[in-house]
Write a protein that binds this ligand. Structure first.
Ligand code: SF4
Length: 428
């Protein structure tokens, strides 16, 4: 039997793409292997959003170059956001790679294996359910991005926004549920953009309502949110539907209007605050995470202090912070000066992390003694783990079973996670 190995770096969208490719290869009779050395096909599913992710891919390619010298029959595919429409430079640098496939161009990978996609029929990929191990699955619902934030490479690599038809998503989610999945996370670079390009208009709220009827599906999550696309109708659907978790990933990126303008984020700080208020008014116990970039082109001390003030005021549950690094091909890399010193970026990053650690520790400490429903995802070191509806990671003592939702009393908390014990005999 032929074997494949897929290595993935980057965001949840990449993980979903890898799961889909794995599902397709399995349908073709291939078997997954943990070790690239045992594989007939190795796929690197790459990310170009940060320099660090690219460096990790280059490291992997170094290893694969040697493997290919030993076993010339090994097929190697480089897929994902590192592969642009034009990728002659990659072809020149890595001549031992058999195929370069843009994100979700699964057919290109199959072609490298001698499979003619035309022989599979047009419904092969829409009908393929991504391979999942546990009770949770990522489901892309809108692909690409139309926003063109100045620092971001995604629109150039993943193309314009394209929504998948509702029926196709229902089919995929129902398939996941048949394989034991209890929670799906609907994915989009800007997930609230879902539906605007469909022939029969539907929005994310309509999609959530349709998914809600699938028996056996317990939870629906969604990310990543984009303030301008988030309508009161969508917020209402999240608040109303019991299976939809009150949990938002809402990147602000900066706490100063001048920086937001240079980033071309498309909203002001006042508009962002307004969205936050609308969400919290509709769901007082909501969990909200955000993303922040420090040291963007021209960011002054005062502009950076605006970010600290916003974080202090908004009290997010979690903040993903990154120091700005220019990505070749983006508007910022072409037209703006990366003029904040690395040492300053690093210091700002540490200040955000320290502030957020305090805030998250305070928010989590308030949960001590309370009971939260946790969907059990697995066990490690003698404890079960899973997430609350608001997305908080909980480690706890049993009894429990993977895939069930159990009420857990929270006993200990840190900034990063919660610990507790299942309430015996009180499964949800
Ligand atoms: S919204 Fe902006 S940051 Fe997000 S994927 Fe689109 S261009 Fe990139």
């Amino acid at each position: 039997m032929l074997r494949y190995h897929i290595w993935t770096v980057g965001c949840q969208m990449n993980r979903a793409d890898s799961a889909k490719l794995a599902g397709g290869l399995s349908r073709l009779g291939w078997e997954e292997t943990e070790r690239p050395g045992d594989a007939d096909l190795v796929v690197l599913n790459t990310c170009a959003v940060r320099a660090g992710a690219e460096e990790r891919t280059f490291g992997k390619l170094g290893v694969l170059r040697r493997l290919k010298q030993q076993r010339p029959e090994l097929r190697i595919a480089l897929m994902g956001c590192m592969v642009g429409r034009r990728h002659d430079d990659l072809v020149r640098r890595f001549p031992f790679v058999d195929v370069f496939a843009q994100p979700q161009h699964f057919d290109d990978v199959l072609a490298a294996l001698g499979v003619d996609p035309a022989d599979l029929g047009g419904e092969f990929w829409p009908e393929t359910v991504g391979r999942q191990e546990g009770p949770t699955a990522f489901v892309p619902v809108v692909e690409g991005c139309d926003k063109f934030c100045t620092y971001c490479i995604v629109p150039y690599r993943r193309g314009r926004e394209r929504s998948r038809p509702v029926e196709e998503i229902l089919h995929e989610v129902a398939g996941h549920v048949r394989f034991g999945v209890r929670e799906v996370t609907l994915l989009g670079q800007t997930v609230e953009a879902y539906g605007h390009d469909l022939p029969v208009r539907a929005d994310l709220g309509d999609l959530m309502r349709a998914l809600h009827d699938i028996p056996g599906l317990d939870r629906v999550r969604f990310l990543t949110s984009y303030p301008r696309d988030m309508t009161p109708r969508i917020i209402e659907a999240v608040a109303e539907l019991p299976k939809v978790c009150e949990c938002f990933s809402l990147p602000v990126q900066a706490g100063d209007d001048r920086v937001l303008e240079r980033m071309r984020r498309g909203y002001t700080l006042a508009e962002f605050r307004q969205r936050l208020d609308q969400v919290r008014r509709a769901m007082p116990e909501v969990g909200i995470t955000t993303d922040v970039i420090v040291g963007f082109c021209g960011e002054t001390d005062e502009e950076f202090r605006g970010t600290l003030r916003l974080l202090e005021e908004a009290r997010f549950d979690k903040v993903h912070v990154a120091a700005y690094s220019p990505r070749p091909g983006t508007i910022a890399a072409r037209k703006m000066e990366d003029d904040v010193l690395d040492a300053v970026k690093h210091e700002r990053l540490l200040r955000v992390e320290a502030l957020q650690e305090r805030i998250a520790a305070e928010i989590n400490a308030a949960l001590r003694g309370q009971v939260r429903d946790v969907l059990v995802e697995g066990s490690k070191d003698g404890r079960w783990f899973g997430r609350t509806r608001t997305g908080k990671l909980v480690h706890f003592t049993g009894p429990a079973r993977v895939g069930e939702t159990v009420p857990v009393r929270i006993d200990e908390t840190t900034a990063w996670s919660l610990r507790g014990a299942a309430m015996v005999g009180a499964a949800v």
